[in-house]
Design a protein. Structure first.
Ligand code: NDP
Length: 288
């Protein structure tokens, strides 16, 4: 199976390497040097032009947003092979994905949205959870391709359902991060040391991924690695807020989270997503 992989960023680079273990992977990246390095280090095949990707049986996209996916579809659509499968692993917009799926269906090309969760460490280890939206048949095809990079591949519904669930997941992550920051700042103002607060919260019912995994090394050891851009996380929270608007769901926490993330992004355009807690602290003239 020839798999063309487009977008070798923080996530795409290790995922394409994992897929190469079971498939013949052809790589393309906007910055060509990255694709050249991938081919050199992992034995993948370098595509000299983007158009050549259309000759593959499967195309996987892993770019920032559905807008970049649409740009790639625009370049490739007239060259695509009928019967091929487009797997969009980007954390995208479900409404845009449905439009893209319809456009490709007209060319007899199947589309699934297949965003991932597990972050850069999960991509490195091949232990991602992947949520797939599409037909039963397209899911079966996508699952067989994605297995080498995932612990779990779940069919969550029709096209768009994967992107919807991913946006919901990241909106919840965002709200948890923000609330954890407020709780820890409040504990410290009350005279409770941060290590003590974290120790107790993580043994209690207030714990979350934020308190257990994300915040201890950042706020205790002051290590702030760039693993997932705040700009991308903000995009996910905005997608979830827009879904709630379209579905007429009253969701004040989601709306507030979206507003706070956008405010933080204006202040720190190049930050990592966990650094949103620095913005939360700055609102009370605090630092970690
Ligand atoms: P990165 O910014 O590290 O990589 C983005 C990739 O997209 C790069 O290969 C970049 O190419 C390429 N790209 C950017 N703009 C364009 C364009 N206009 N046309 C073609 N290619 C383009 O992002 P991530 O890998 O972190 O994220 C990718 C997706 O995965 C996002 O949707 C993100 O939300 C999602 N995600 C990220 C996670 C994480 O922890 N990082 C976790 C789960 C999902 P170039 O090298 O030229 O810049």
């Amino acid at each position: 199976m020839r798999v063309a992989f487009l977008g070798l960023g923080a996530m795409g680079f290790p995922i394409a390497r994992n897929l190469q273990r079971e498939h013949q992977v052809l790589v393309w990246n906007r910055t060509v040097a990255v694709a050249e390095r991938h081919a050199r280090e992992h034995g993948t095949q370098l595509l000299s032009t983007l158009q050549e990707a259309a000759g593959a049986d499967v195309i996987v996209t892993m770019v920032p947003t559905s807008h970049e996916v649409d740009e790639l579809v625009e370049v490739l659509h007239s060259h695509l092979k009928p019967g091929s499968l487009w797997i969009d692993a980007t954390s995208g917009d479900p409404v845009m994905s449905r439009r893209t799926a319809e456009r490709l269906a007209g060319l007899s090309v199947e589309f699934v949205d297949a965003p991932v969760t597990g972050g850069a460490p999960g991509a490195e280890k091949g232990t991602l959870t992947i949520m797939v939206g599409g037909t039963d048949e397209a899911f079966r095809r996508a699952e067989a391709i994605l297995r080498p990079t995932a612990s779990k591949v779940v069919h969550v519904g029709d096209v768009g359902a994967g992107h919807a669930l991913k946006a919901i997941n990241n909106a919840m992550l965002g709200a948890n991060l923000w609330m954890a920051a407020e709780g820890l700042l409040l504990a410290r103002r009350f005279g409770i040391a941060l290590p003590v607060a974290l120790d107790v919260l993580n043994a209690g019912s207030g714990r979350s991924n934020a308190t257990e995994n994300l915040l201890p090394s950042r706020i205790l050891e002051r290590e702030w690695p760039l693993t997932f851009k705040l700009a991308l996380h903000d995009k996910d929270v905005r997608i979830a807020a827009s879904m709630a608007h379209q579905k007429h769901l009253v969701s004040p926490m989601l709306a507030l989270t979206s507003q706070m993330f956008t405010a933080a992004l204006h202040d720190m355009p190049d930050a990592d997503y966990v650094e949103v807690v620095k913005y939360a602290a700055s609102m009370s003239s605090e630092e970690w």
